[in-house]
Write a protein that binds this ligand. Structure first.
Ligand SMILES: [Zn+2]
Length: 233
C-alpha cells in the first residue's frame, strides 16, 4: 500500500517532478528511483545524490541548434533516463513530458518558428544526419527527440499527428553505445543523450560532441558507482 504522506515532500522539493505525485495518486506507475526519504540530500535538477551531482560537470553551452526532448512521464524521473540531462548542458533546449493524464501535451508546442523542425527517430523514411545534409540547411535546426523506452519513443513518433509532416532524421551507424544503465535490445541502439551528442557533432561541432560525451561518461560512471557496478574504462 502506498504511503501518500511520503509523496508530499517530494512534490515540494523536486518542483520539476511535481507531476509524478498527481499521477501516482491517479494510478500506479512503474518504479520511480527518486527516493522518498532524505530528499534534501538529492539534487533537485539532476536527481542525483548531492555528492554525485552532475550539474557542474560541463558548463551550460549556447548552441544555434535547439533540442526539444519529449519524454514519456513514466521514464522521466528514473535516474537512468538520459534525456533529462540535455538541459543541464545545453541552454537552447527543453524537456517536455507526455503521457500525463491531467496535463496532456500538445505536440504542436514542440514546433519552433524560425527553425527547421526535425524529428530525431530512425524509421523507414528517415534521412541520415550527415555533414552533407546539414550543409544544405538555411536555418538552425530544432531537433525534436522522442524519449523514454523504445516502445514509448516509437509510439510518440507514430501517434503525434501534429508532428507527422516533419522530416525524420537518424544518426548514421557509428561506435557502440557507452550507456550501460539499461540493456539494449539491439547492438546498434544508443541512448537519447548519445544520439543528441552525435547529432550536434554534425549540426554544431565535433568538439561539442566530444564535450557532451565526456559529460555522458561521467554521468553514467556516477550512476554505476552508486549501483556498485564497474565504471567506464
Ligand atoms: Zn545536480
Amino acid at each position: 500500500m502506498m504511503n501518500f504522506h511520503l509523496l508530499i515532500p517530494v512534490a515540494r522539493v523536486i518542483e520539476t517532478f511535481e507531476f509524478i505525485v498527481s499521477v501516482y495518486c491517479i494510478k500506479k506507475i512503474p518504479k520511480v528511483t527518486v527516493p522518498l526519504k532524505n530528499i534534501e540530500n538529492y539534487c533537485q535538477a539532476c536527481l542525483m545524490p548531492l555528492a554525485s551531482c552532475i550539474c557542474q560537470v560541463m558548463p551550460l553551452t549556447v548552441t544555434d541548434t535547439r533540442v526539444t526532448v519529449v519524454v514519456h512521464y513514466s521514464d522521466s524521473a528514473r535516474l537512468s533516463n538520459s534525456g533529462k540531462w540535455v538541459p543541464l548542458v545545453l541552454e537552447n533546449s527543453e524537456v517536455m513530458v507526455r503521457g500525463l493524464i491531467n496535463a496532456t501535451l500538445d505536440a504542436k508546442q514542440c514546433i519552433q518558428p524560425g527553425y527547421h523542425n526535425l524529428v530525431l527517430f530512425p524509421d523507414k523514411d528517415s534521412i541520415p544526419l550527415t555533414e552533407d545534409y546539414c550543409r544544405n540547411l538555411d536555418k538552425p535546426v530544432n531537433l525534436i527527440v522522442p524519449d523514454g523506452n523504445w516502445n514509448q519513443a516509437g509510439k510518440m513518433n507514430r501517434r503525434e499527428t501534429s508532428l507527422a509532416h516533419l522530416p525524420r532524421v537518424h544518426i548514421p551507424l557509428g561506435k557502440p553505445t557507452r550507456y550501460r544503465l539499461r540493456k539494449a535490445a539491439h547492438e546498434n541502439w544508443i541512448s537519447t543523450f548519445e544520439a543528441v551528442a552525435r547529432a550536434l557533432g554534425f549540426l554544431e561541432s565535433k568538439e561539442l560532441q566530444r564535450q557532451l560525451e565526456v559529460f555522458f561518461d561521467t554521468a553514467v560512471d556516477r550512476i554505476l558507482y552508486l549501483k556498485g557496478r564497474k565504471l567506464s574504462e
